[in-house]
Design a protein around this ligand. Structure first.
Ligand code: SAH
Length: 255
């Protein structure tokens, strides 16, 4: 059974959450609760803001204003995982899908990376954020991942913290047991830090794949795993979900 209430609607809000506080909902949230879900005053909804945990509140309507009168905290704020997802941006619906799935899989930061063969150069960060919020509301995570501005490939690689393992998915890598490959990286971790999820950056390339010089640069980096996702070429959004499942199972919070 889920450890938390999955029946009540959950909304991401900006306001501070505290006992007795009344949180104002924006127009689309008010519309969703009142006209899509047809909630009445007094009905329960949940709210989270990425800082104060999750709260239960009662719908309060006065004139044009729709609010949630907070009753009690239902879950304390959890610390966020350190899983950065680095990806070459895709077009429209496939990017929407990829952002939603990455949030459900628990990433803490979404970092668009412009590689040599990346076709999409401009990314709508507002749209990414809207997708991230929608996915967080529906899957129960208590914070919205950070959404970063696109950066050039070299900068993204250079910006990585030294203790963060870089998992780089490469369809040209020899097919090998991915669980064993990630497990080796976990065991190679300095012993002082072997507990808890491992800080990880996952990198997925564009539909055109990595350029030879990008691959060469990656292979020169310390603290890196070049991961094969099997003998088939996956589309980037599929590769993202497959790789995040492996990362969460071996290094992350599925254990
Ligand atoms: N260059 C390829 C397609 C790249 S697929 C071609 O056109 O033939 C897009 C991205 O998904 C790749 O850069 C890689 O990061 C990931 N990917 C897809 N299939 C993979 C596999 N079998 N193993 C590892 N990574 C894969």
């Amino acid at each position: 059974l889920p450890r938390y209430d999955i029946r009540s609607p959950r909304l991401y809000v900006a306001d501070t959450l505290a006992p007795g506080a009344e949180v104002t909902l924006d127009q689309s949230q008010a519309h969703y609760l009142r006209h899509v879900l047809r909630l009445a005053p007094g009905d329960v909804a949940l709210a989270f803001n990425g800082r104060d945990g999750e709260w239960r509140g009662a719908l309060a309507i006065s004139g044009k204003r729709t609010g949630l009168k907070l009753q009690e905290q239902t879950r304390p704020q959890t610390s966020t995982l350190n899983v950065h997802y680095l990806f070459a941006p895709l077009k429209h619906e496939r990017l929407d899908y990829m952002v939603q799935k990455a949030v459900e899989m628990g990433v803490s930061r979404l970092q668009p990376v412009l590689t040599r063969h990346t076709q999409v150069q401009r990314v709508n960060l507002e749209r990414m954020r809207a997708n991230a919020i929608e996915a967080a509301e529906q899957c129960g995570v208590l914070s919205i991942p950070e959404i970063a501005e696109p950066v050039a490939f070299e900068r993204a690689i250079a910006a990585r913290a030294p203790d963060q393992l870089l998992v780089f998915c490469d369809e040209d890598a020899e097919v090998m047991d991915p669980v064993a490959a990630l497990g080796d990286a976990r065991r190679a971790r300095p012993s002082a830090t072997t507990h808890g999820p491992m800080p990880t950056a996952l990198l997925i390339g564009p539909e055109g794949g990595f350029a030879d010089e990008e691959r060469a640069m990656l292979l020169r980096q310390p603290n890196i795993v070049r991961l094969s996702l099997g003998p088939r070429i996956l589309r980037a959004d599929t590769a993202a979900v497959a790789a995040l499942a492996l990362v969460q199972a071996v290094l992350g919070d599925w254990r």
